[in-house]
Design a protein around this ligand. Structure first.
Ligand code: HEM
Length: 521
């Protein structure tokens, strides 16, 4: 268990360690003396007894989604752990999560001020920063409207319902060609390495009006760094909660800072170019539309909230970052599941053949005729739960949940993984069974069951890219299933153990794919 500290702890002298420990002990004792009193009628939160200084860090293990799920079986859907000296409330169970994020949404919608979040987008991230509520609301509204207008724009080609669909279909077809040529040249391919470029190109098109070649070194070096980003930004990173760890040398933290700086530079250069070529009468993409908002000073006319230009244009940084990592993780997992469950892969291909055919590119309008594909995607979201926790939340005032008192400014973890594996909600939750989402006739997806899956969060902080995410996963996957047959590389058995982080990825692997012939029986 202590292994999780190793990347964070370097060589320090004995006297420095002692001084740090004594300081921490004093702070710990002071904090215990200051424990909030519980208002009448409410109870103190249950939870495991914390150790001095480190709290419950050792019990969290390297897979907090599993250990915190196990704790919820013991302490119930609302309990408190302590990471270092900071109390953290953990929520699980669909009803409790819904109560907190929807019915008491206002009280649970802030973000905690966590150390690692200060480096994301230079501390100005829409998703991670602890912006004051009015500023966050204004930026979120702007981001949603920019996303909506640039994803629903009319496509230039006949047959596409919108520019988003056109982008995805073109990138999907290009991805098939790319995988085929890599297969021809090398005999195997790394799914994440190629999917991430195709997905990044879709969001780059919307945000910056450009696409990149699959061999573009600058884009590749950026998108392939996301593994280290998500490891640090995942819920429960000790450095966010144990202040003295910040002063110890850590390669992981150094890499995290480097990734953020590189990301920031990449976007900043594109934004500067956009400012230089901005033309009010020709708004080319989301970056232009955000610059336009700044120029017009039309932001949120109904409120007096002032948001800096930097924070407005910086929204594009969040959209680009969230827009490629989440979707490429989902799609890369999807390909791995297709290989792990070959009968399911064949059933999906057969459904495609029967309802779309093998000649034309699948479209969004085919969705109602591909219920098994929809069920497969729901089961992929549920079973992999590749976003095991939402981004941490924080209480904006003293509140109560299920009769327990939760003080203002308490960090809150929402365990999506637990909701998706709760035996009270799902029969045989650890098995991968896409059919569980189909009605008895096998022809329609049961919407009530589909809504129980939690992967985009819920309530006021719910993901603003959900519609785009669902569209991309569906269309890219439809194209891949129609055109390619995926297999294991002999001698390289699949390892489906996820690596914990903000988004959990499968281990990098080599797979094989063969082109499906159009006249195949
Ligand atoms: C399959 C794809 C995706 C998944 C599973 C996903 C999931 C999530 C989750 C769990 C959250 C945190 C919710 C919370 O803290 O309660 C979130 C937030 C967010 N997502 Fe996504 N997301 C996806 C795609 C996207 C895309 C494509 C974009 C943008 C183009 C995007 C933009 C954002 C933003 C800006 C936030 C922060 C919202 C806020 O704090 O107000 N996401 N997403």
């Amino acid at each position: 268990m202590a292994l999780m500290f190793l990347p964070l702890v370097g060589s320090v002298s004995v006297s420095e360690s002692l001084l740090a420990m004594v300081t921490v002990c004093i702070v710990y004792l002071l904090m215990r003396l200051q424990r909030p009193s519980i208002p009448e009628g409410l109870r103190r939160l249950p939870g495991p007894k914390p150790l001095p200084i480190i709290g419950n860090v050792l019990e969290m293990s390297t897979n907090p989604h599993l250990s915190l799920t196990a704790m919820s079986e013991r302490y119930g859907p609302v309990y408190q752990i302590q990471i270092g000296m900071r109390p953290v409330v953990v929520l699980s169970g669909s009803e409790t999560v819904r109560q907190a994020l929807i019915k008491q949404g206002e009280e649970f919608s802030s973000r905690p001020d966590l150390y690692s979040f200060r480096f994301i987008n230079d501390g100005k991230s829409l998703a991670f920063s602890s912006d004051q509520a009015g500023v966050w609301r204004a930026r979120r509204k702007l981001a949603m409207s920019a996303l909506r207008s640039f994803s629903t724009l009319e496509g230039s080609d006949l047959g596409y319902s919108c520019v988003l669909e056109e982008h995805i279909c073109k990138e999907g077809e290009y991805l098939v060609k790319q995988l085929s040529s890599v297969m021809e040249a090398s005999g195997s391919f790394d799914p994440f390495r190629h999917i991430v470029v195709s997905v990044a190109n879709v969001i780059c098109g919307m945000c910056f009006g450009r696409r990149y070649n699959h061999d573009d070194q600058e884009l590749l070096s950026l998108v392939n760094l996301s593994d280290e980003f998500v490891q640090v930004a995942g819920s429960g990173n000790p450095v966010d909660f144990i202040p003295f760890l910040r002063f110890l040398p850590s390669q992981t933290m150094k890499n995290f800072l480097k990734i953020n700086a590189r990301f920031q530079n990449f976007v900043q250069r594109i934004v500067t170019e956009h400012y230089r070529t901005y033309d009010k009468n020709n708004i080319r993409d989301i970056t232009d539309s955000l610059i336009d908002h700044c120029e017009d000073r039309k932001l949120d006319e109904n409120s007096n909230v002032q948001v800096s230009d930097e924070k407005i244009v910086g929204i594009v940084n969040d959209l680009f970052g969230a827009g490629f990592d989440t979707i490429s993780t989902a799609l890369s997992w999807a390909v791995v599941y297709l290989v792990a469950y070959p009968d399911t892969q064949e059933k999906l291909h057969q459904e495609m053949k029967d309802n779309v055919g093998l000649e034309r590119t699948p479209l969004l309008s085919d969705k109602p005729n591909l219920p098994f594909l929809e069920a497969f995607i729901m089961e992929l979201f549920r079973h992999s739960s590749f976003l095991p926790f939402t981004i941490p939340h924080c209480t904006s005032k003293d509140t109560a949940l299920n009769g327990y008192f939760i003080p203002k400014d308490t960090c809150v973890f929402i365990n999506q993984w637990q909701v998706n594996h709760d035996p009270a909600l799902w029969k045989d939750p650890y098995s991968f069974i896409p059919e569980r989402f189909l009605d008895a006739d096998g022809m329609t997806v049961n919407k009530m069951d589909a809504e129980k899956v939690m992967i985009f969060g819920m309530g006021k902080r719910r993901c603003i890219g959900e519609a785009i995410g669902r569209t991309e996963v569906f269309l890219f996957l439809a194209i891949l299933i129609q055109k390619l047959h995926f297999h294991e590389l002999p001698g390289h058995p699949l390892d489906m153990t996820p690596e914990y982080g903000l988004t959990m990825k499968h281990k990098r692997c080599q797979l094989r794919a063969s082109l499906r012939l159009c006249q195949e029986d």
